[in-house]
Write a protein that binds this ligand. Sequence first.
Ligand SMILES: [Mn+2]
Length: 225
Amino acid sequence: EAEIAAMRRASRINDQVVGQAIAALHAGASETEIADLVERLFREKGANRSSEGQLVCFGPNGADPHHGPDGTRLREGDSVVLDIFIPIGRYWCDMTRTVFFRSASEEGRRVYETVKAANLAAEAVIRPGMPMREIDRAARRVIEEAGYGPHFTHRLGHGCGLDCHEPPDNSSACGVLTRPGMVFSVEPGIYLTGKLGVRIEDLVLVTEDGCEVLNAYPKELQVVG
Ligand SMILES: [Mn+2]
């Protein structure tokens, strides 16, 4: 219970930081400027080490799921992927949100709604005693049916707790059965090279009869700035 409370608390802080980072987006901001802001906000809230490795991806950079922040400047129409993870106390948070800056293309909106539907579909099927691969399947099916299957290029998620990435493997290859108390990420994405990326990630806690989503930051499509 104490560990779960610490995980909830870390994700609550992450909700706040992501909200503040999104509010700070402005034309001409660089990815590193926003990543530095995230780091400072976490330190103010008691995170115990540098958030080195935060992913802040503007526009086409978001099509690389592992793009690290650089001097790229924010422009109208960009998707903005914020993948934010850090230990607070001994326990990690890990959340991704994607927003659009000042406008969103038709395709961007379609991709966003598909990823959101995949995230919600996966979270809706989670219950104790199911093979992990069925969770990945629930998300992947939504993305495949929308025609973006080849653009969802990674597993659905990973265990999270004392490390950011730990077992169980939330993937199509994992037969581990879910158990109450497990915490793992649900993070479907669609990546269109040269255009944009969208990923929506929550941490979830398996409960006795379903799951509790530890992140409360909204998932409705947002055009900000
Ligand atoms: Mn993650």
